[in-house]
Design a protein. Sequence first.
Lengths: 122, 497
Amino acid sequence: MSEQSDLILIVDDEPDMCWALEHLLHSQGLATRRGLSAREALELMQQERFSRVFLDAKLPDMDGLELARRILEIAPATRVIMVSGYFYRNDVSIQEAVSQGLIHGFISKPFLQEEILKVLTA
Amino acid sequence: MEKNDAAAENGSELQRYRTLYDMLLEAIPSSVLLIDRDLRIVSVNRNFLEKNRRTLPDTIGRRLDEVFPAIIIDQMDFSGRIRQVFERNYYIKGERMTYRAPGIPLRIYYYSILPFSWKGVVELAMLLMEDVTEQVRLSEEVRRVERHLASVVESAQDIVLSTDMEARILTWNTAAERLSGFTLNEVRGEYFFNLFHRDDQGEMSNVFANLRAGKDAQMVEWDLKTKDGGRVPVSWIFSPMKDHLSQTVGVVAVGRDLTERRKFEAQLLQSQKLAALGVMAGGIAHEIRNPLAVCASAAQFIMNPEISPEFRQECAEKIHAGIHRASMIIENLLRFSRPSVQTDLKEIDLNFLLEETLSLVTNQARIQKIEMHWQAAPEPIRINGMEGLLQQAFLNLLLNAIKAMPDGGALGIAMDKTDREAWVSISDTGHGIAANDLNNIFDPFYTTAPAGQGSGLGLSICYSIIKQHFGTIVADSEAGKGSTFTVRLPMMEANAA
């Protein structure tokens, strides 16, 4: 993987979702941090360097795509993967976000573990 | 000389009386005829001649049957009657006669035949004829108008009834008989209140008190009891019935059967629900896919045989909890989407109802980053109501509030009660309602939303539902600042508590 940190940020207001992703990533030997809101996520972004962010589309305090934009402002090299039950893969807003480079991948909920693992190697 | 003078004076006096008599006779606005024993006309006044277009020469000395049409003489038995007057010296008074002389429009007379006696012997018979054509025509007109009015009332599809000031029934039309099954005879003199269920009777005495106090028309919706023990929903308008001095002397009630309208409203409600479901679908999809994703992940962990028993247990618990959460969401949705045909009142805790309704929109609010300020009442608020309908009303208000805040805001729900009523207020910090729209927002099909985005029925349905619960709904709003809708519902009567 990259020479950068292998620390991964998980942003979801649903603690059980974080739990599921954390277990999966930990089993791959990766370290994670958890943000239950956009505010928490941005605070963590200021404190540490993350190679990847798994991001929910709808957060109580901010839209996921808006948060993606702010994350890239802070750390442009971060790869942002949206994990959402609200959008579907062919959603216009998702395709736009991908083409604008706002997000680097989209996984719809519920997901297969392989889908998550696949984006780790991308 | 003196004697002659007196005689001459006497003669002129007599002449003067005769002239006076003639003038009197001519001036009487009735026909006067003097008839002798041979039924010949001895004297006749101008009124008769004019009315019958006759002259003095072709009338005086003629027999009755030469002057009156034969049919009248026969039908009235004129000859017989006049003979009786001569023989028995008695009156014939106030008989009616329809007279049609050739070339003359039909006239109606009241006639009397009076004996004209000299020293106990009947010399002549006097026939007095009074033309009452106009009076008869007027009274027939009055009767015709009365009949017309009566048939208007009787033909009406709506109930039309009247009561005295004490609410005792005076009249009751066919529609009232048809709807209630009671005939006028069964209800005449009965108290109007007795035709209704006890719950409505308090409000009813208020309405009658208001009418007695001089208030104008009052509108209410009360169920009418029917003879077979059922009840019919009826919307009533009560108006004071005034006499010619503008004194209120009674009450007129017009009632319309709401059965059909209720059916229509139920259909409308169902389509409203489907529209609301559309709005909610996005939020619900998101909400359901979260627990599904947790379940799916946990299941995939379990598929790995190498995990610890503790982790396996944890995964199973997550799956269990996730499924429960998803099925709760689905249950709410199901309960909501069912048509609520149930219209019977039951005891409802408003606190609980609001909480449940709120859970249907929480996801949508979260997606729009709307803060919810839910301020439950300190204790249960029990009212009598139709659960499904009230839920629909509050849901519409909540969805409206959410729709008014596309870029986030605050949604406030507060409620409490007094002895007499419960109130719920739903406020938003959205785009608000323009002052000139505020008066129309409860009108059906009134919408400011672009075509295809709002039916304009949501608030009118709310209004109708709250009305059916004898409550009120008012809106306060300022464009750009937000709106507050306040619903007030009467508390249920304190019974076996």
